[in-house]
Design a protein around this ligand. Structure first.
Ligand code: THU
Length: 150
């Protein structure tokens, strides 16, 4: 199932790639960007932020969720694109053959923001051969969320 039309999906993928250019990932060398699209058309971008204490590193998607929520957003999440890879000579992340899909923690963080607005966002992973598109509910079935806390 797809939510975005092909041109919006391509645009959001480009936004994720642009965000990856701002990654701070000196330890893994793996630069990731995420772009969240909201129902009002806004796009919130972020990249991974690593730390010399490696385990403290923040994924691009987690950074984007935190950024959006600090801008006051609570729901309205329509889609998220993720692009990652090792940087080329110009510092642009080069996607590999497998799309980057959100890690487990990030799936949960995306679910929280989505659940606040009752949406099931489309997740778009960027690979060198194209885009992989899947709904968040398929990546995180039977998710635990705000509704479980009554
Ligand atoms: N990373 C992300 O930013 N998002 C993902 O979905 C997977 C992994 C980051 C974390 C770390 O900075 C680097 O990629 C290597 O794992």
């Amino acid at each position: 199932m797809s939510v975005l039309d092909a041109s919006d999906a391509a645009m959001l993928a480009m936004a994720a790639r642009a965000a990856a250019g701002r990654a701070y990932a000196p330890y893994s060398g793996f630069h990731v960007g995420a772009a969240l699209m909201f129902a009002d058309g806004a796009i919130v971008q972020a990249a991974n932020v690593e730390n010399a204490s490696y385990g403290l590193s923040l994924c691009a998607e987690a950074s984007a969720v935190a950024k959006a929520m600090n801008e006051g957003r609570r729901g309205g999440l329509v889609a998220v694109a993720i692009a990652g890879g090792r940087p080329d000579a110009e510092g642009n992340a080069v996607p590999g053959p497998e799309p980057v899909m959100p890690c487990g923690r990030c799936r949960q963080m995306l679910h929280e923001l989505a659940a606040l607005g009752g949406t099931d966002p489309e997740v778009i992973g960027v690979a060198d051969g194209g885009l992989a598109r899947i709904m968040l509910s398929a990546l995180l079935p039977h998710a635990f969320g705000p509704a479980n806390l009554g």
